[in-house]
Design a protein around this ligand. Structure first.
Ligand SMILES: [Zn+2]
Length: 415
């Protein structure tokens, strides 16, 4: 099983927007860009919302059938590990093998030595075709990289073999993720990480490194854009070289996690993947839930009152809601409106504060990030929330589709 060149991770917290998400990809297809949908949901999300892996499969199958989608589509077991993967194997065909927790853990001395022996040939000036400057590789550099990543890649391989043993290697797309960590991986680290994974015979098709800069949930990129551009281009060239050098799958591509809403860097990523003819996977999962709240606000009346209640509850529980997402949000709490103030807002003011239109006078990224991590509050409302989704399905669907197509796909693919 091979994933196509372009794919979007389109998670859906509450499982109601599959058709609206897919219709955005149908619009892209009609505009000449084929993007494969990958419905993803992490173990953490399932726990908070109270859903199971089977629900995601059902949503994907139902949406595809309803809209007559005949191309490929996948279901991603997102950020799984050995302790929870078994519940996903029957329902997923894309597996995000998360090794972040194992980075910096020491590997066996014998495997460190084997890694050093098989890579001594790279000591000296490592030249990657397309990158002007050579990387200086020394024994120390190799030891340092082994110390950070060798054990983690061994764990990824063990997890891969576990899944492949049950599901069959041909029935799955493996991704390796290491994005939820403090430090970005450099292109030269990426090169040797790919070497390690190839050495373990892990035929990964996508890899999610941590890039330079902040990839906060649901808001724009923050960081050194020029540095990001340089690093992203080098990563693409490293991958191209590694495919030939290590015999990795030809379609191996970068995966951008917390990839929704990174509007500043989409044109850069788009330009570079076009330049080198490379593919990309962009995870945009959480942004869809925000469109549900925007849709409720836009619907006015009781639906707006519910959106206000969700903000009030999220505001009151802000510490607990933010804690699990500390590395991927950046909220200036002093710039959050009080729930009393939000209660005075009309439909347009609420929607415009939450909707991500860069430069819009009402847009508030702090408000947006708090709602982003606040989906637990909606889950706790249970039927009250689900029935509001049903009652306002049309206006919500319109917002979901517009968000993915107009704000994400158009910017990334220069449509
Ligand atoms: Zn991730």
């Amino acid at each position: 099983m091979q994933i196509a060149k372009y794919s979007f991770g389109i998670g859906d917290r509450f499982g109601n927007q599959g058709k609206a998400q897919l219709s955005a990809l149908i619009k892209a297809k009609n505009a000449g860009i084929d993007i494969v949908p990958v419905w993803n949901k992490s173990h953490r999300e399932h726990g908070i919302v109270g859903t199971s892996p089977a629900d995601v499969r059902t949503e994907a199958d139902t949406s595809v059938k309803a809209l007559g989608w005949e191309d490929e589509y996948h279901v991603d077991a997102d950020h799984i590990n050995m302790s929870n993967v078994d519940g996903y194997i029957d329902y997923s065909d894309f597996f995000t093998l998360d090794v972040a927790d194992y980075i910096n853990e020491p590997a066996d001395e014998s495997s460190v030595n084997a890694f050093l022996d098989s890579n001594r040939k790279y000591i000296g000036d490592l030249k990657i075709p397309g990158i002007d400057q050579a990387y200086k590789i020394t024994e120390e550099v190799l030891k340092d990289i082994a110390g950070k990543y060798l054990f983690a890649t061994e764990q990824a391989a063990a997890l891969y073999r576990h899944i492949a043993g049950k599901k069959g290697a041909d029935n799955m797309i493996p991704e390796v993720s290491m994005d939820e960590v403090a430090d970005p991986q450099t292109p030269v680290e990426l090169f040797f990480i790919l070497r390690m994974l190839a050495g373990e015979n892990l035929p990964l098709q996508t890899i999610a490194p941590k890039f330079t800069g902040r990839f906060n949930k649901g808001v724009d990129y923050e960081g050194d854009v020029a540095q990001f551009e340089k690093e992203f281009e080098e990563d693409l060239l490293v991958i191209e070289f590694a495919i030939g050098e290590f015999g990795l799958p030809e379609n191996l591509k970068l995966s951008v996690h917390s990839g929704s809403d990174k509007f500043t860097i989409y044109p850069i990523m788009g330009k570079l993947i076009q330049k080198y003819g490379k593919g990309i996977h962009v995870k945009t999962a959480g942004t869809t839930w925000l469109e549900e709240i925007i849709g409720l606000a836009a619907a006015d009346g009781d639906a707006l009152q519910l959106a206000k209640k969700i903000y009030r509850n999220a505001f009151e529980k802000q510490e607990a809601l933010c804690a699990p997402y500390a590395t991927v949000i950046d909220i200036d709490f002093s710039n959050l409106p009080s729930p009393e103030e939000v209660d005075t807002w009309d439909s347009r003011k609420y929607a415009d504060t939450l909707r991500h239109i860069p430069g819009h006078a009402d847009y508030n990224s702090n408000f947006r990030q708090l709602i982003h991590v606040g989906y637990k509050v909606a889950a706790e409302l249970g039927e009250e929330y689900y029935s509001a989704l049903k009652e306002n399905a049309d206006v919500i669907a319109q917002n979901v589709e517009e968000n993915i197509f107009d704000r994400h796909i158009k910017r990334l693919f220069d449509l």
